[in-house]
Design a protein. Structure first.
Length: 382
């Protein structure tokens, strides 16, 4: 049985829809409304979104507890597809306040699950002797992570508009940039370190705002406009841009762009001055019949040696560096790189079963460093 040929008019209509989908402004009103409904269904999360958020947070918590980057990457790979992030951009550009609120609630619940899971799993291993350093890497802006975030958000918006689906790889890139700072904030809550919580939370909010803004701009360039006039969309855009400006100002004011690695200083060994004994001349007196002369020795100045603080370098961190704290096992105040030269000016002080040393950097800053990461340098005389 032969199938009937497709009428030429229907074929042209389907081709027109495929071309128009690349720029939504070319669609008719009814076609456009149906198209936006399909996009809304594609980004609306189901129960799996929240389940994978829990698993993602658990892996991130393990990665931070044991300083394992592989577990952090695994957590990002296991993260749910971030439809709510793309949904916020879609809601803002289409002027749908109700859909914007739906996506905000879904994303907030997913974010809460990731943070709680990461914090709980991180706290389960607090009895370990492992010192966690990775959470502190996500408390500042990083150009590599920021570029990954923007690329993922743009690609996710393009694929959504053209294929009506979420791009998996792009979603992983966005999840990596969002959930790793979020997990670091959860770890900071367990450790009761306010600096870690504030820095990580600020990084997360800044990344989220830019991800939504990048998706919004991409959809605008592709021709997305509000269905019911420009009033709602304009208001949503103004609010979002205001939030973006405030958060950006706070983020760039309190964070440091840490994209380029800091060159590791090479320790310079300073030889200790050694006093050289000075030969003392011996006077030989020739006796004469009339007088006997007694030689009087001249006092020789003895050099006074001023003790210098012992030198040391940072070792044993697997090139991740170590944290300086304001007191033994106290709050972090600075960061030192692997093989960075230091001067030991105090200690040791025991705390939590470990020894801490007061050290001074070349720039004059001081802090307490865990003794496991110190190696003393023995100077050699010249």
């Amino acid at each position: 049985m032969k199938s009937e040929p497709i009428p030429e008019a229907d074929r042209q209509d389907k081709a027109r829809l495929r071309r128009a989908r690349r720029r939504i402004s070319q669609l008719q009103a009814t076609e456009r409304e149906a198209y936006l409904d399909r996009l809304a269904n594609a980004v609306t999360p189901g129960a799996g979104f929240f389940l994978y958020a829990l698993l993602c947070g658990a892996l991130i918590g393990l990665g931070y507890r044991y300083d394992q980057r592989a577990l952090l990457i695994a957590g990002a790979l296991l993260a749910p597809r971030l439809g709510p992030v793309a949904g916020l951009s879609l809601a803002a550009v289409s002027g749908s306040v109700r859909f914007f609120l739906r996506m905000s609630v879904a994303l907030a619940l997913g974010v809460l699950l990731v943070a709680v899971a990461a914090g709980l799993v991180f706290g389960l291993a607090l009895g370990s002797d492992t010192v966690s350093l990775l959470p502190y890497e996500h408390t500042k802006l990083n150009l590599v992570d920021f570029g990954l975030l923007l690329t993922g958000a743009v690609v996710m918006a393009i694929v959504l508009a053209r294929s009506e689906r979420l791009a998996g790889v792009a979603s992983v890139a966005v999840a990596y940039s969002l959930f790793l700072p979020l997990g670091a904030a959860g770890a900071g809550l367990v450790l009761s370190e306010s600096e870690l919580v504030q820095g990580a939370a600020l990084t997360f909010v800044l990344h989220l705002t830019w991800a939504v803004a990048a998706g919004l701009f991409t959809l605008v360039l592709m021709g997305f406009r509000p269905l019911t006039g420009s009033g709602r969309s304009l208001a949503a855009a103004i609010v979002m841009m205001g939030l973006l400006g405030v958060v950006s100002a706070l983020g760039f004011g309190t964070s440091v762009l840490a994209a380029l690695p800091t060159p590791t200083p090479t320790p310079t060994l300073t030889p200790t001055v050694t006093a050289t004994p000075t030969a003392t001349a011996t006077l030989t007196v020739t006796p004469t019949p009339t007088a006997t002369h007694t030689a009087t020795s001249t006092a020789t100045n003895t050099p006074t040696l001023t003790p210098t603080p012992p030198s040391a370098i940072v070792l044993g961190t697997n090139f991740r560096g170590a944290i300086l704290r304001d007191k033994p096992d106290g709050a972090p105040v600075d960061f030192v790189a692997e093989r960075e030269p230091l001067l030991i000016i105090g200690g040791p002080e025991p705390s939590a079963g470990q020894l801490w040393w007061l050290v001074r950097r070349e720039d004059g800053s001081e802090g307490w460093l865990l003794g496991d990461f110190l190696a003393t340098v023995t100077p050699t005389g010249s």
